[in-house]
Design a binder for this molecule. Sequence first.
Ligand code: ZN
Length: 352
Amino acid sequence: MLSTTDIEMNPGQREKYSRQILFAGLGEAGQEKLLASSAVLVGCGALGTVVANLLIRSGIGRLRIIDRDFVEVSNLQRQTLFEESDASQSLPKAIAAERRLRAINSDPKIEGVVADLAPQNASDLLDGFQLILDGTDNFETRLLVNDAAIALDLPWIYAAAVGSYGLTMTIRPAQTACLACLLEGEDGSKIAGAEATCDTAGILNAAAGVVASMEAAEALKLLAGKPEALHGRLISCDVWSGKFQSLRVARNPSCRACVRREFDFLEGDVQPHITMCGRDSVQIHERGRKLDLGDLGRRLSATSPEVRSNDFLLRFGVPPYEITVFADGRAIIKGTQDPAIARSLYARYIGA
Ligand SMILES: [Zn+2]
């Protein structure tokens, strides 16, 4: 982990964080370390909004928030940083979260990044932080984060929630089991419901809240310099049945990622350019360069009557499909699950 210089608190900060400083596990020294600390959050949905909210209020020094998506009305039930106006404006989640968090606490440096974490950008986006936080909703991205974290020698906290159930585990390269030890080794069966998603099985906001709160507490321990307090276990909980479990996960002595250092996900051999994104949407990311959205908007206006845009994205309808294009060249095509249709729409309207 990178070392940082602690920040000496001013009287305002001493008051702001007073109830946390009173907690014996942290104290003034822990708070000063936290104020100088940094983390990067991958994904700002049900888990990510809760983790970001808690860490910003706790007084983390610097937080980068990476998210590929925009706010929709169906997010508001559980994604606690967003409001109806964010959904009606289709603001990117990274931007809406950054704005809200700045209003909550002006101490931390907060940076929203509208991007899809991919093999090409993972090392650049994650390097330079002390900790990576999992707010993603799929195992491809988590295994990419796992590879990148091991390659960069950074701790990361895995977290997932679906239905009434959630899981979390803190991963420290070379010290604990990693996600590949868990998923690709003999313990893989411990991950129940790995294939279910919030779009198929639904999700209770309370389940996301419990798991994200545990994730935030583990982050606090690492960032405030209290690694001895980490629970060191895979914790699962079900807020509906009331069943909580905690398991010790052994390192796999021949783990692909943390022992053999074969970073298949980081090297991009296994990540497709087209991914499912919600119940009836496909994300396509085939071009490696940025798009001029103004230019595209003018070009589309000639053929597509309804082109809407904000500072971050552009949206137009090709009935029965709706296409949302981001400046980094990605598009989310709503109304299909068929990659071939998505690819053909992308080629026709956006271009290679
Ligand atoms: Zn491993």
